[in-house]
Ligand binder design. Structure first.
Ligand code: NAG
Ligand code: NAG
Ligand code: NAG
Ligand code: NAG
Ligand code: NAG
Ligand code: NAG
Ligand code: NAG
Length: 802
């Protein structure tokens, strides 16, 4: 038992400032002011942990800011004028007319607080020990607080309300608005976006809590946990937890200039050695984990500049590198792109392309997912190199798995990561001769005019412009040199999706006459468009349930996310209509209908065809989950959503719609999206919805494809055959797999493969999501790159814990 003096000591220790620290009156009275001058001039919080006032920036001008004042770094957590620094001599005054006003030396107003009209008037201001600067009425009611106007940082006890956002700084030292935003959207979703820098409008989301309709506030609580709560205060998403206590550590969470949201801690009793550490030093918990592979569409260049690529360092932080043959445009600002150091390839129809002067430098696991203008498959790497070498527009070729992309300048969203299963072939001039700009003196100038002219033309900037014009002018004529492999129309590849008017699509579909299919949220019509290659046919999907306020931008963002997918096993989006009430998507038409149309019919595909289809579907899904720009969870994999193209290859349809239907990828949409039998159990439990729901559906589909029957059939020979997934497991356990394929001679002669596929399927339909393999792993198992072990009973894990 603690004796009374000890208790007292303990109390003193726990509440030092309230009892022992000398009490300073930190109320700032009306009329008080600060002036920006040489030394930092500021008001301090009661304990001195925080300061509010002027801080001189590197450039010499001043930032009106709040910062941690007891640490060497003096880290800024808030600022009033991040985009408009003020010169020396500027003043801050707490006026008698209810406002805090920042004036430039001439008296010009730069910034002022503003709050809703009230009959209360400001009586005093104070910087609280939480780092919150407040203006309060006589009864201490808070009329304005800096916590309501965050910049890039939130602090313990701070709440981010609906409609508020954090904007990343431009660089580590330049606080002006940068290229990323964390938005607590009024629809309840917490989303990280790239912006259309230097404008603040959002471009592309790259992370979200998917809490539309129920997210309410982002809370940074006093224990250092950061989470999203619903209106009824239940936690709906946890961003970080298990942090060191705030009594002993300063904490802050900040959206940093690299687009990553990180939480930092700093020991209050720091030594001179101390520094901000990312919380949980063992496991990096940055959000998102790998920003390099996360951002790959929208406007702009991505995390790094154009022609640059992003990698995670050993410290798990992204960094940018120029490819070989390239150098940084502005050494002081790596986000500002790389430029070639060599003279570009001659691009002149009348002379031969300088193929002998160029070679490739290959970068493993690297890709620039956008900027493609040519796509070929199946081809080999030599073909791909040669194609790029002979094409003066081609800056880089990307090769992987029989697929080849040609990329043009400027290259955007570059990344290098073990997960990128592609090789970038950088085309560089052999002698890498740098731009031969002669250092001319005035006299020499006239003589060398012509030479300069041609040299300038050879330089990359000019060439880019001219390339662009050339492309416009000679466009199709230039593509006379047609390759023998399938070439996809470049129009369809690019961001430049066609935007159709309602009238155009009305005409194309003959007044929406011929239905191809319909579901709970959309109807698909057959249509004809002259601009579409080959057969002129398209499928027009009319969405019914797209209800969103001000969703124009978002609709386009989602649509372009779908459009940016590029895989041979996905149905390609050609265009869209977003006019008034009408939301429609225009897809290429699939000649051979859906897998459902012929899997369960007498004309079923052969065993060999089925195994090929399975591989195609798995690759398509793996791409959606892991390789494409924004991860896409399909949420409704079933035979009806697998279409067959003219060469009977599998093409996944309807992906990316979960988001468009505004339900995001949350369980609220089960009713619409999931289809019985294919729906993973976590939809019914309070488990997070991840890519593993698609793995589950794929498992069910795989069993159906092995057996050419539906998962659920009422009329079977034996009762225990009714549910295919149960029966398949029983057959496997009893070593009687041939039962599953009774009438299929071809499959019966390939029992090894049958066994492998059944095992994979049963791994996929494990009730415990973490036991299911990733689609990437599934592809590896199907391809034979990875052994398939014997799966457990799909429900064993669940029953053992419940
Ligand atoms: C600041 O002013 C308010 C209102 O006048 C008062 O209630 C409060 O005690 C003052 N705080 C300090 C530390 O003097
Ligand atoms: C304004 O003052 C009136 C009377 O003093 C009071 O009834 C009312 O609630 C006040 N309004 C606000 C917004 O404080
Ligand atoms: C910070 O970056 C912005 C955007 O590039 C630039 O306009 C501004 O001048 C920079 N500020 C400083 C102090 O360097
Ligand atoms: C609180 O709201 C969330 C989301 O709307 C809901 O899932 C949860 O059941 C609610 N909890 C209570 C106790 O009402
Ligand atoms: C902060 O949140 C965490 C996680 O929800 C919780 O365990 C902790 O008790 C909370 N702390 C406070 C002071 O509310
Ligand atoms: C400072 O850090 C170094 C290396 O991390 C360590 O060896 C040294 O003891 C530290 N000094 C203090 C005063 O903590
Ligand atoms: C080519 O570039 C490399 C490195 O970028 C350099 O070491 C080499 O000297 C260059 N060669 C020529 C001929 O400029």
């Amino acid at each position: 038992m603690a004796s009374p003096p000890l208790l007292l000591l303990l109390l003193l220790f726990l509440f030092p400032s309230s009892t022992v620290a000398q009490k300073r009156n930190t109320n700032i009275t009306l009329g008080a002011s600060l002036t920006a001058h040489h030394a930092d001039s500021f008001w301090s919080s009661e304990s001195g942990h925080f300061a509010f006032g002027f801080r001189q920036s590197g450039g010499g001008d001043y930032l009106l800011a709040i910062w941690f004042n007891k640490i060497v770094e003096k880290t800024v957590v808030w600022s009033a004028n991040r985009n408009k620094l003020v010169p020396r001599g500027s003043t801050l005054v707490l006026t008698t007319r209810n406002q805090l006003v920042l004036n430039a030396p001439g008296g010009k107003l730069v910034w002022a607080t503003s709050f809703a009209a009230t009959n209360q008037s400001v009586s005093y201001a104070a910087l609280l020990d939480t780092g919150n600067f407040i203006l309060a009425a006589a009864d201490s009611e808070i009329l304005w607080q800096s916590f309501d106007y965050p910049t890039d940082t939130i602090l313990p006890s701070q709440i981010l309300n609906l409609g508020k956002n954090l904007v990343a700084p431009y660089t580590q030292t330049n606080y002006s608005n940068g290229r990323f935003q964390l938005a607590m959207q009024s629809d309840g979703n917490l989303v990280l976006y790239t912006t259309n820098f230097p404008v603040d409008s959002i471009s592309q989301s790259y992370w979200a809590t998917n809490t539309v309709n129920f997210g309410f506030q982002l809370v940074f609580n006093l224990s250092g946990s950061i989470y999203l709560i619903a209106e009824n205060k239940t936690i709906v998403a946890t961003l970080t937890s298990n942090n060191p206590p705030t009594q002993n550590f300063y904490q802050r969470a900040v959206l940093e200039h690299d687009g990553v949201f990180r939480q930092y801690v700093y020991p209050k009793m720091g030594t001179s050695n101390s520094s901000w550490r990312e919380a949980w030093s063992q496991v990096s918990r940055s959000i998102p984990l790998n920003i390099c592979t996360r951002i790959s569409n929208g406007m702009g260049s991505g995390v790094c500049g154009f022609n640059s690529y992003c990698q995670l360092g050993d410290d798990q932080r992204p960094f940018c590198t120029c490819p070989p043959g390239y150098t940084v445009f502005d050494p002081n600002d790596v986000t500002k792109s790389c430029k070639p150091t060599f003279v570009s390839q001659r691009c002149d129809a009348s002379s031969s392309p300088e193929t002998e002067n160029f070679e490739f430098f290959s970068l493993e696991n690297a890709d620039w997912p956008q900027a493609d203008y040519g796509y070929f498959q199946p081809v080999d790497e030599d073909w791909c190199r040669n194609e790029c070498l002979n094409d003066c527009f081609c800056a880089v070729a990307i090769f992987g798995d029989g697929e080849c992309w040609k990329k043009k300048f400027p290259l955007s969203f570059g990344r290098m990561d073990a997960d990128v299963n592609r090789r970038a072939l950088i085309k560089i001039r052999k002698d890498n001769s740098t731009l031969p700009f002669p250092n001319l003196d005035e006299k020499g100038r006239n003589k060398t005019k012509i030479i300069i002219g041609s040299v300038v033309l050879g330089s990359s900037l000019f060439l880019n412009i001219i390339f662009f014009l050339l492309t416009l002018f000679i466009g199709y004529r230039f593509s006379i040199r047609k390759p023998k492999v399938v070439q996809v129309d470049p129009l369809m590849l690019d961001v430049n999706l066609r935007a159709f008017s309602y009238e155009e699509l009305d005409k194309a579909t003959g007044g929406f006459r011929e239905q191809l299919g319909s579901g709970a949220f959309a109807t698909v019509y057959k249509g004809t468009l002259d601009s579409v290659k080959d057969n002129n046919l398209v499928a027009v999907k009319k969405l019914d349930n797209v209800v969103r306020e001000g969703g124009e931008q978002e609709f386009k963002a989602e649509v372009s996310a779908i459009a940016r997918t590029n895989h041979k096993n996905l149905v390609r989006l050609l265009g869209f209509c977003n006019q008034g009430e009408h939301r429609m998507l225009v897809y290429e038409f699939m000649e051979n209908g859906s897998l459902a149309d012929f899997l369960f019919r007498p004309s079923k595909p052969t065993w060999h065809q089925r195994t090929q289809l399975v591989l195609g579907i798995a690759r398509g899904l793996s791409y959606l989950h892991e390789e494409c720009n924004t991860q896409i969870i399909h949420c409704d994999i079933k035979p009806q959503n697998i279409l067959l193209d003219d060469s009977f290859d599998a093409r996944i349809a309807d992906f990316g719609l979960a988001k468009l239907l505004r339900k995001d990828q949350t369980r609220t949409m089960t009713a619409i999206r999931g289809t019985k039998g294919y729906v993973a159990p976590e939809w019914f439990r309070s488990l997070p919805i991840t890519v593993k729901v698609d793995v589950y559906s794929f498992g069910t589909l795989l069993l159906e494809m092995i057996c050419c029957r539906k998962n659920f059939e009422q009329e079977t020979e034996h009762e225990d055959e009714m549910i295919l997934s149960d029966w398949a497991y029983d057959c496997m356990k009893a070593r009687k797999l041939e039962m599953l394929i009774r009438n299929d001679e071809e499959a019966r002669s390939d029992m090894k493969k049958v066994e492998k596929l059944v095992k994979i399927a049963i791994w996929c339909i494990q009730e415990e999501p973490s036991l299911r393999p990733s689609m990437k792993k599934v592809v590896q198992m199907l391809e034979g790159a990875v052994e398939v072990s014997a799966p457990p009973d799909p429900s064993s894990f669940i029953s053992s814990i419940s």
